[in-house]
Design a protein around this ligand. Structure first.
Ligand SMILES: [Zn+2]
Length: 394
């Protein structure tokens, strides 16, 4: 594989941004990154990519997607498909992610072990797509949120432990628990407390033994609190994070993944999303915004997650979510960190998320400076995944 050299670009390395930079890539990884004026000799013989007037960033990371779902208005209806058909949908959605500059996704629940198999197929080069960290099916209580769409039903601390082991056996590298009620399942209040504290402790302890991060779907206050106390890695949604919980999240380093795009997609389309879901999303929209800002003020770390696949929230929406987090109060630089360095830390993927020698060459070139204008993220100029430039016809 020939080497490539990005010359004279503005570089956002996952943490900070600097003009006049150069990045040398070969054999699928980053060989060198630094000031263009001090580029190593190998840069002269490498294929040159003009970075002037452009910004190079790590490939974006979306910590919360559902590859089995396209984002159609009726989420539960969309789930009623065979595993084979779900796999075909996953491959199309994986391509959409890559086209948008998203080179890593974490899937937080789908049909059977489909996403685990899709992750393997992409890793083996059978299909184009981002790196996929699969959770398999999410874990929910009997009759809990997601039971009829993206989760398996499991009860009791022992049952939860067995389920985590089975998920890992199927290829899951992340575990998702549904700690409270949710918007998209009829008949369950949005802030209902689902798993008991001992069940949550069992899930976290067992998953961590396997080295898997644990994400908690958590909207109601009591559920969020039990998860944070159990040492969960991320609170997804988190619409009722209060001051005391924000303080505890900060001291423990718990990430908040607000998934603003999920709420906007539902609230913005009352004409075709089921009425029960619109009503529940409207009920939590304002508190979600307050909770997010409380977290910012309290020093909580954020990671980018779109919940892509939920109604009117198609795959490849991380650039939109970054803009939405900024609109809700995060600085553009922090919003970018949430989709790069922070996300890689949450997903326990040290090889991605920053631009440094030795990291995987997952890079995106943008036509301008996203810190000055986040809408630049809607149009990637070049997407590189493990050193390979991705093209639409791949
Ligand atoms: Zn989700």
């Amino acid at each position: 594989m020939t080497a490539s050299y990005f010359a004279g670009a503005t570089l956002f390395d996952g943490r900070s941004i600097r003009d006049g930079s150069g990045v040398l890539v070969s054999e699928g990884s980053i060989q060198w990154a630094g000031a263009h004026a001090r580029a190593p000799r190998e840069a002269r013989t490498a294929r040159a990519i003009d970075g002037r007037g452009r910004t190079l960033t790590p490939g974006l990371i979306d910590c919360h997607v559902h590859l089995c779902f396209d984002g159609s208005p009726d989420f539960v209806a969309e789930a009623q498909i065979s595993e084979a058909y779900a796999a075909v949908k996953c491959l199309g959605n994986a391509r959409r992610q890559l086209a948008a500059g998203v080179t890593t996704v974490r899937d937080l629940g789908g049909t059977g072990a489909v996403v685990c198999e899709v992750a393997r197929a992409i890793a083996e080069g059978r299909a184009p797509g981002p790196r996929v960290v699969a959770s398999g099916q999410a874990l929910t209580i009997t009759g809990g949120h997601g039971w009829n769409s993206f989760a398996r039903q499991v009860d009791g601390a022992v049952g939860v432990r067995v389920a985590v082991r089975e998920q890992v056996r199927s290829g899951a590298r992340s575990i998702k628990i549904v700690a409270t009620g949710g918007v998209l399942t009829p008949g369950i209040p949005v802030d209902f407390t689902a798993f008991s504290p001992d069940e949550i402790v069992a899930a976290v302890d067992e998953a961590h033994k396997w080295g898997a991060p644990v994400a908690a779907h958590a909207i109601g206050r009591a559920g969020i609190e039990s998860c944070v106390r159990a040492g969960i890695d991320s609170i997804e949604h988190g619409s009722q994070i209060d001051v005391a919980i924000a303080r505890e999240m900060r001291s423990r380093g718990t990430f908040h993944v607000p998934t603003i795009s999920a709420l906007e997609g539902i609230v913005g389309h009352p004409e075709d999303v089921p009425a029960f879901a619109v009503q529940k999303a409207q009920q939590i929209l304002e508190s979600a915004k307050v909770a997010f800002r409380r977290g910012i003020r309290g020093g909580v770390r954020h990671a980018c997650g779109t919940d892509a696949g939920t109604p009117h929230n198609p795959h490849g929406s991380a650039p939109l979510e970054i803009g939405r987090m900024s609109a809700w109060g995060l600085t553009p630089l922090k919003a970018l960190q949430s989709a790069t360095a922070n996300a890689a830390e949450l997903l326990r993927l040290p090889e991605v998320g920053t631009v440094e020698a030795g990291k995987a060459a997952d890079l995106v070139l943008w036509a301008g400076n996203p810190v000055e204008d986040l809408t630049i993220l809607h149009r990637p100029e070049m997407v590189m995944r493990a050193g390979q430039v991705w093209a639409a016809e791949d």
